[in-house]
Write a protein that binds this ligand. Structure first.
Ligand SMILES: *Cc1c(COP(=O)(O)O)cnc(C)c1O
Ligand code: SF4
Length: 441
C-alpha cells in the first residue's frame, strides 16, 4: 500500500469542469472548431460535467473524439438528433437570453423521455406519507436516494438520471431524513438489502454519509443484511479514497459496517477497461477491499464506448484480477441520447455471447444483457429456432412479482428492437406469460 501511494501526487484536488469553464482545459483548447461547437450546443441540452482526473488520467486525447472516455463525459454532436442540434444551435446563434435558451433546452429534453421505466410507480407509503426518496420494487431490496447525493464527480453522457442533474427539480427523487426509511424497514422485514443510489452517494462527505448509514446499523434493523452503494467514484474520482480530506473517515465508516456483520457491497460502475488502469484506481480498490467490503461491477453496453466483445472480456478479466466481482451488463434505457448509444438487443446479446465465451469461469458471475424495465429486470438470453420459427429467449432476473423470475419466455425475433416494448410475444400469443398484477409492498 505504501509503495503504490508514493506514485500518487499528494495534492490531488478535485476540479470539475462544465459548460462555464471547460474552455480552460488545455487539451480542449487544442480541439478543432467543430468539436468545440458540439460541446457548446449539446452541452446546453444534455448534462455535461467532467473533472481533472478524467481529463488528465483517463482520456487519451490522441484518440479524441473517438476516445471512449471522451465520449463518456463530453458532449458530441451525434448525441442529439440533427433537428434538435439545429434548434439549439439556432437559439445560441441568435443570442437569446439565458432563460430563453433554457426554455428551448427544456423543450428538447421533454422530447427525450426524461423519466423512463415507470419509476414513480415504486414509491412506497409510510402510513399516509409518500416516501419520495425511496423505491421499493423488488421484495428484498429497497432503493434509497439520499437528497445530498444527487450529483456525480462527472456525468455520463448516456445517463438516464439526467433529469435530476439539469435543474428540472420537480422530477428529483429526494428525501431528507433517514428516519422514515428506518421506520419503513421496521415495517417491512422482508427487505434485506438497502441500496444507496443517486446520482452518486459517494459525492457526499463522510460525515453526511455516516448520518445516512449509521441508523441502518442499529440492532433493531436485523433484517438489513446488505448495504449496497451504487457509485461511479472509483472510475471518476478514486482520490475520494486516497487523498481527499475525508478519505480515512469514509473507509472507517465502511469498516464499521462490515464489523457490524453486515455485507457491504460497493456496486462500482465501470464502462471501459481504461478506467481500471491508473495507479489511483488500483490504490482506491485496495483501500476499499481492506475494509472487507465487496466490490461488484456493472455497466451498460454502449455504442462507441464498449460495443466490442474484446472490450468486455478485457474489462471483466481486469476486474477479477483486481478482486472485483462482475455483476451486471445492462442494455441502455429509452432516454436521452439513446439513438447514439443504443444497440439492438440481438446485437448486444451477440457481443455478450462472444465476450462470455472468451472469459474465464471466474469472470462469469456477470449477468446480461439486462433491461431494467417496468415489470422487472429482463435478460436477453439468446436467439433460438423453435418448430422452424426464429425467436428471442428472455427471462426475468428480477420481477415485481418474484414468481416471474427465472422462467424463460419467448418473443418474435426482431433484429432492430432495442427495448422490450418493441418486442411481441412469439407464437401468436396475446401477451408474455406474465400477468401484470404488481405486488404492492
Ligand atoms: C437493479 C435494481 C435493484 C437491485 O436488483 P438486484 O438484482 O438485486 O441487483 C433494486 N431495485 C431496482 C429498482 C433495480 O432496478
Ligand atoms: S455516475 Fe451514474 S448517476 Fe452519475 S451520470 Fe454516470 S451513470 Fe448517471
Amino acid at each position: 500500500m505504501e509503495q503504490m501511494l508514493d506514485n500518487i501526487t499528494n495534492s490531488m484536488k478535485y476540479k470539475s469542469y462544465a459548460l462555464h469553464n471547460y474552455k480552460a482545459i488545455p487539451q480542449v483548447q487544442a480541439l478543432p472548431e467543430e468539436l468545440l461547437e458540439a460541446i457548446e450546443v449539446v452541452g446546453h441540452v444534455l448534462p455535461f460535467k467532467t473533472n481533472n482526473y478524467v481529463v488528465d488520467e483517463l482520456i487519451n486525447w490522441n484518440q479524441v473524439p473517438n476516445d471512449p472516455i471522451f465520449t463518456l463525459t463530453f458532449p458530441r454532436k451525434e448525441m442529439l438528433q440533427p433537428h434538435h442540434y439545429k434548434r439549439m444551435k439556432a437559439a445560441l446563434d441568435a443570442g437569446l437570453s439565458k432563460d430563453e435558451i433554457k426554455a428551448v433546452a427544456n423543450e428538447i429534453r421533454m422530447e427525450l423521455n426524461p423519466h423512463p421505466a415507470g419509476q414513480d410507480k415504486n414509491v412506497p407509503m409510510l402510513g399516509d406519507v409518500k416516501l419520495s426518496g425511496v423505491q421499493h420494487k423488488y421484495r428484498e431490496t429497497v432503493l434509497f436516494f439520499p437528497s445530498q447525493g444527487q450529483t456525480c464527480h462527472a456525468y455520463c453522457s448516456f445517463c438516464f438520471r439526467w433529469p435530476q442533474f439539469v435543474g428540472m427539480d420537480e422530477m428529483k427523487f429526494a428525501m431528507k431524513e433517514t428516519d422514515q426509511l428506518v421506520q419503513y424497514l421496521k415495517e417491512h422485514r422482508e427487505v434485506t438489502d438497502v441500496l444507496f443510489t443517486g446520482g452518486d452517494p459517494m459525492v457526499m462527505k463522510s460525515k453526511l454519509l455516516r448520518a445516512y448509514i449509521e441508523p441502518l446499523l442499529s440492532d433493531e434493523l436485523w433484517n438489513v443484511q446488505t448495504i449496497r452503494i451504487g457509485s461511479k467514484s472509483l472510475a471518476y474520482w478514486p482520490y475520494k479514497y486516497i487523498t481527499d480530506d475525508d478519505a480515512e473517515d469514509t473507509l472507517a465508516l465502511f469498516t464499521e459496517i462490515t464489523r457490524k456483520g453486515k455485507n457491504l457491497a460497493f456496486m462500482a460502475h465501470f464502462n471501459h477497461p481504461a478506467e481500471l488502469d491508473t495507479p489511483a484506481v488500483k490504490e482506491a480498490i485496495i483501500r476499499i477491499r481492506y475494509t472487507r467490503a465487496q466490490i461488484r461491477t456493472q455497466s451498460p453496453i454502449l455504442r462507441a464506448i464498449n460495443d466490442k466483445p474484446e472490450i468486455w472480456t478485457e474489462m471483466w478479466r481486469k476486474q477479477v484480477n483486481l478482486n472485483l466481482i462482475p455483476y451486471y451488463m445492462f442494455a441502455v434505457r429509452d432516454t436521452g441520447a439513446q439513438h447514439f448509444f443504443g444497440l439492438p438487443l440481438v446485437e448486444a446479446q451477440e457481443i455478450w455471447r462472444q465476450a462470455w465465451q472468451h472469459a474465464s469461469g471466474v469472470c462469469r458471475t456477470v449477468r446480461g444483457p439486462s433491461m431494467s424495465c417496468t415489470p422487472g429486470k429482463v435478460q436477453m438470453l439468446g436467439t433460438a429456432s423453435i418448430n422452424g420459427q426464429k425467436v428471442m429467449v428472455l427471462r426475468f432476473l428480477q420481477g415485481r412479482n418474484p414468481d416471474w423470475v427465472g422462467r424463460p419466455f419467448f418473443a418474435e425475433y426482431n433484429e432492430k428492437a432495442i427495448w422490450i416494448d418493441e418486442l411481441k410475444p412469439a407464437f401468436g400469443e396475446s401477451k408474455f406469460f406474465l400477468k401484470m398484477n404488481y405486488r404492492k409492498y
